[in-house]
Design a protein around this ligand. Structure first.
Ligand code: HPA
Length: 273
């Protein structure tokens, strides 16, 4: 565990050699949503493969770099591209950057993803505020010895997705007349998409959207006392709802269409939080 503290310190120290910015917001930009990183001004960009102990990202649509600078007058650190459990990284590797962002000083985190819509009232292109999650990967990055200096052994998850930030998101969306859904995100490992039977089961269990990320980072963020807001881009309706098969190309295409609304929403939230 000492090893973890040392790794965090080395990664953080390396980043602080490149920039004096002490960020208050951490932004994790999911599939196709990395574009927000280019909205950051006075930016210092650091490829993941240069940062000590960072894994490197492989998936199409994920640039794989930290962008540190200013957005709406606020100091931010953005992950342009994230690590997924299905890529073969350990769950600790997937969440290591959240530890580093915390050490850099963030106290708020926006985590975004592309997800499949399970609620049949959803449409591809909708944005969904995450109200809560279901962990269907049954993996937890907090397993093992707890480092008390990082957080509690048994962190509370009853307010994992900040009511304050969710309310703010809705008020920003209202200002821009942007439709916003809110619902429960279910995490599973992937990388295969779900079967129609799995989606019917998940709907019965209370899931509104499904995806292959986000929950591990949120578990670590909450352990670290970071206030979290989650936004899913509903990239497609989940398996079996419509007759056509699911494809990553479709996911990326919808994320592309959502970009302007997504950027406007996030700018408004960051400006006011
Ligand atoms: N299922 C899981 N993950 C996803 C989906 C989906 O339908 N769409 C985008 N990410």
């Amino acid at each position: 565990m000492e090893e973890l503290l040392q790794k965090i310190e080395e990664a953080t120290g390396f980043i602080q050699q490149q920039t004096e910015v002490a960020p208050e917001w951490g932004l994790i930009l999911g599939s196709g949503l990395g574009v927000l990183g280019s909205e950051i001004t006075d930016a210092v960009t650091i490829p993941y493969n240069q940062i000590p102990h960072f894994p490197t990202s492989t998936v199409e649509g994920h640039a794989g770099q930290l962008v540190i600078g200013t957005l709406e007058g606020k100091k931010v650190v953005a992950m342009q591209g994230r690590f997924h459990y299905y890529e073969g990284y350990s769950i600790q590797e997937v969440t290591f950057p959240v530890r580093v962002m915390k050490a850099l000083g963030i106290d708020k985190m926006l985590v975004t993803n592309a997800a499949g819509g399970i609620d049949t009232n959803y449409a591809a292109g909708d944005l969904m505020i995450i109200s809560d999650h279901l962990n269907f990967a049954f993996q937890n990055p907090l397993m093992g010895k707890n480092e008390e200096s990082l957080g509690a052994r048994f962190p509370d998850m009853s307010d994992a997705y900040s009511a304050r930030l969710r309310q703010l998101a809705h008020s920003v969306a209202e200002e821009h007349a942007t439709k916003l859904q809110e619902g429960v995100y279910l995490w599973l490992t992937g990388p295969s998409y779900e079967t129609p039977a799995e989606i019917r089961m998940m709907r019965k269990l209370g899931a509104d959207a499904v995806g292959m990320s986000t929950v591990p980072e949120v578990l670590i963020a909450r352990h670290a006392g970071i206030e979290v807001l989650g936004i899913s881009c509903i990239a497609n309706l989940a398996a079996g709802i419509l007759p056509q098969p699911l494809s990553h190309a479709e996911v990326m295409e919808v994320a592309e269409q959502v970009k302007p609304r997504f950027i406007q929403l996030v700018r408004g939230i960051v400006a006011q939080a």
